[in-house]
Structure formats: C-alpha cells, structure tokens
Write a protein that binds this ligand. Structure first.
Ligand code: SF4
Ligand code: SF4
Length: 166
C-alpha cells in the first residue's frame, strides 16, 4: 500500500524556532491554568468540583463503568456450594491457559460433577472475559470490582477456589 503524501511545510513551520516557541507557549498555558487549580485543591478550595486535572488515587476513585471486567468470582448455589459443574468450558476456551480445574463427583445425582480444585492464575490472565461468556451455568463472573491485584511471588497470583468463592 502506498504511504500517504506528506503535507509540505508552510513557511512558518519551516522556521523551526517559530514552531518551538508555539510549543513553549502551549506548555506555559497549561502550567498557568493547572497550577492555580492544584494550589486551590491543596488549600481545600472547591474540592470535588473538578478543579484539578488529576485524581488523587487511591484516596479518590472514579466509579467503574458497569461493564468493566474485574477480578473473577465463583457463584454459589443457595446451599453455599459452587454453582460450577466442572464442565471445563472456561478452561478450554481460556486463551491464556490460566484456568486449572480438577473435577470430582457430586453427591447429588442431578449434578454430574463439581470442582474439587479451581485455580485461576491472575498473573497470566488477560481479562478477556471469555470464561464468563462460555460458562453454561453462570458460575463464573468478573464483577467483584477488585482491580488491585498484586503479590510478592508468582504463586501468590494464583487464586484458589476458596478465594474465588469468597
Ligand atoms: S478472563 Fe480470559 S484469560 Fe482470564 S481466565 Fe477468563 S478466559 Fe482466561
Ligand atoms: S464453564 Fe462454568 S460450569 Fe464450566 S467449569 Fe467453568 S465455571 Fe464451571
């Protein structure tokens, strides 16, 4: 594919000092507008009125969009047991191969299987949401609102079933 034609420089653009001065003026304008806002914010004037251009995270947080995918959780049945039937659909579709399920027998013959272990390696997960979409039981959701995920070790990023049910 041909590359697009480059627009020829105007006379003022060709004199680089003029463009450099314009850039400096833009930076100065942002400084003069934003600095008094931050000072006002520091003095407690007009708090919460959008008088700064930054959010003082983590003390201040923006509400998440309702469709944001956050840390997974496993949904429980009314008796508290996992709704998951260990069908392996989520494990199979996961593009990051970060779900690991071990299936076991359920005492109720109407429920074929249950997960004995259900691990998600959140250090590998790409938060695509495919697992949620694939689940035929609505047993896994990404609606905890938890986005701060960190650990001192890689193993610490592996969330076990008790954490996912919690
Ligand atoms: S969100 Fe995507 S990458 Fe993460 S566990 Fe689910 S399917 Fe795998
Ligand atoms: S797709 Fe749903 S029911 Fe199947 S193993 Fe995953 S969480 Fe369990």
């Amino acid at each position: 594919m041909d590359s697009p034609e480059q627009r020829p420089l105007g006379v003022l653009e060709a004199v680089y000092l003029v463009e450099a001065a314009r850039g400096l003026m833009l930076t100065a304008r942002h400084f003069l507008v934003n600095f008094p806002r931050h000072v006002a914010r520091g003095l407690g004037i007009g708090a919460g009125k959008g008088n700064t251009v930054t959010i003082e995270y983590p003390e201040e947080r923006r509400p998440f969009p309702p469709r944001l995918r956050t840390r997974h959780r496993l949904v429980r049945r009314p008796d508290g047991s996992p709704r998951c039937v260990a069908c392996m659909m989520c494990e199979t579709i996961c593009p990051a191969h970060c779900i690991h399920i071990t299936a076991g027998e359920h005492p109720d013959p109407d429920v074929e299987k249950v997960p004995v272990a259900f691990d998600i390696d959140l250090g590998v997960c790409v938060f695509c949401g495919f697992c949620v979409e694939a689940c035929p039981e609505d047993a896994i959701r990404m609606d905890t609102g938890v986005v701060e995920l960190s650990a001192y070790t890689r193993e610490g990023m592996i969330y076990r079933m008790d954490q996912l049910l919690g």
